[in-house]
Design a protein around this ligand. Sequence first.
Ligand code: NAP
Length: 348
Amino acid sequence: MNSPINRLFRLRNRPRGRVGEGDLEWGEEPVAEIGDGQALVRTLYLSLDPTNRVWMSRIRSYIPPVELGAVMRGLGVGQVVESRRPDLPVGAFVLGFTGWQEYCVADDSVLEIPFTVLPDPLPAPLSAFLGVLGHTGISAFIGVELGDPQPGETFVVSAAAGAVGSIAGQLAKQRGARVVGIAGGAEKCRRLVAELGFDAGVDRHSPDWREALDDVTPHGIDVDFENVGGPIMDHVLSRLNVGARVTLCGLISEYDNYNDQSDQLGLRNVNQLLMQRATLRGFIVTDHVGRYGEIIGKLATAMREGSLSYEETVVEGLENARDTLNQALSGDTRGKTIVKVASPTPVS
Ligand SMILES: NC(=O)c1ccc[n+]([C@@H]2O[C@H](COP(=O)([O-])OP(=O)(O)OC[C@H]3O[C@@H](n4cnc5c(N)ncnc54)[C@H](OP(=O)(O)O)[C@@H]3O)[C@@H](O)[C@H]2O)c1
């Protein structure tokens, strides 16, 4: 092995607001030795996700919080560099909970979600397995399926220029819906229409975003693919049609406040779920792990046929992960946000 040093981030404090240097501490430690039934995986790409921020808090969640002092949890693509596991041969590219570190021991003890070997040959670049062909693309697929947009219906997606929203909008468009994306900034909104085929984009930073959303949803909203919560979700609820479906994928506008729940704002227009006989359904992508293969196949086919585009923001260097996560949470990245940790090693 080239380096006996493992550089990593450990969670030292539960952040309030954005993640600070004292919350996620950067450090260097010796690389762990592997035992029987274990493999050593070198992280190549690390996924940065809004849910990382949730995992740093104490909120009751679909997954336990990251313990203080532990290596920060994170999903990554890596390469096996040493192995005492026949199912993870040296050189194989794998997907799993690498954590925010350069080397991890793969022993299947992390949340009982095992490392899986990626297909050989790869149908797409390695980074795509953290985005369009990974948990965010799969979330988009499942959320659209649950919302079930019909031809001519109006489908609204928030965080529309992000990893999930950008794919969800394209999938809804393929079903014949009228697709409206809400994103931060005029340029992101322009790209939603010009490059991803959305019917309209609404800039959430514009002072008159509510009126703008009303203007581009003249017949109300049939499906809300909800990624953000807060005032945006509240206004979308006020425009639901009879029988509308709200697919609750995420609530990013709240995540900074999960250590102090009194700071959270409530929704005022929940009454419209009642008045319009609407349904609201939350989902967590990992509940659908048995369908990953089928869904990845469909997304890969759409990509190959040119009907599905994706964008990535790739930042070099694990040491930049904390700042890049903060940028992603602030809307300063586009598409799927990823840190490139290392390059693959050629296998002879
Ligand atoms: N249920 C699941 O299994 C599952 C799986 C994956 C993701 N998710 C959730 O899906 C959502 C999107 O995830 P992602 O991976 O697509 O994230 P992402 O690519 O990082 O995009 C997140 C975007 O949210 C927007 N945003 C941030 N703060 C906001 C606020 N206060 N109000 C409105 N918009 C805000 C920003 O875009 P703009 O500035 O352009 O608006 C930001 O770029 C998140 O809530 C995430 O937790 C859920």
